[in-house]
Design a protein around this ligand. Sequence first.
Ligand code: KG4
Ligand code: ZN
Length: 340
Amino acid sequence: MLYLGIETSCDESAMALLHYRGEGRAEIVSELVSSQCLVHADYGGVVPEIASREHLRALPLLYDQLFIEAKKSGVSPSDIHTVAVTVGPGLKGCLLVGTCFAQALAAGLEKPVVAVNHIEAHTLMPLFAEERLRFPYISLIVSGGHTEVHMVEAVGKYQILARTQDDAAGEAFDKAGALLGFSYPGGPKLAQLAESVSDSRYSLPRGMLERDGFSFSGLKTAVSLLVKKEEDRFESEPEARAELCFTVQQAIVEQLVRKVSECLRHSKVRQLALSGGVAANKMLRRQLSKLDIDVFAVPEPAHCADNGSMIAYTAALRSEAGCAATYPGKVAPRFPIVAL
Ligand code: KG4
Ligand code: ZN
């Protein structure tokens, strides 16, 4: 069955066509992402109004291009079985553009629309990537907007074990990156420089490991004070800047790994899935892979970041499990994974 997935929750317009074969098996027919990163770079972060307009501009172009690709596999719009779209969490205006597009398209094709939770999609995508992954598993999602750990018992059955109390991990990387002089998004640039050293002269306070969450906001203040103090040294000694990047990365990664390790130990689950843009971080992957687990499932980088395939795949899994949600007639900027 052919699913069209549409994702517009933040600053990536993404669309994918996915053939679902059943029991978790699926093939991607075509997929495209149009990133707005450069558009927002001048503002140091995502500007919601601009993001919505960019989605409006991008979606029709993506749709046309998607079917130019799909035609090579003999697939045309009339083959679509279901249109899947993100309804939350995310930026309200952006979600509205995606859902309006999905509804109009589905009405024209006389096909149903399935509503998808963006976090659930990140949580389930490792099943697409790693066929050894089985329920129950622990899922860590780390992106620019979310940092959450879930127990995934089955499709549609989740327990939130931990979440950030303030900034998301990617946000912490980006804010520290900005203080260290990197353009938005600073996370990958900070991480790249951090990888050039293996030790550091600096230390940073660790966030309180709260009972059910992470905390990264204290880190930003500490980095800001250190940057002010060390500004001159960074000019004359570039390695010092790399070392501070190393320490920032270590402080964020350590908190994530400790919490995941605690969740694995308490639950006695030995399967771990990682997703979200920060999953690209090498130190995080290295340290998580060393935990006491049997399977460590991480989708390829394009499927860790926001993409349309995860939306299509989630709608397919939910349809198979008999719990697909129809479009609720509204979007939800804040949207717990258990809401649909
Ligand atoms: O999931 P994603 O592509 O977009 C959303 O936030 O929805 O995640 C983007 C985030 C940004 O904050 C970016 O700085 C961070 O992922 N990121 C990284 C790395 N690559 C991307 N953070 C640390 N290390 C990386 N290698
Ligand atoms: Zn995301």
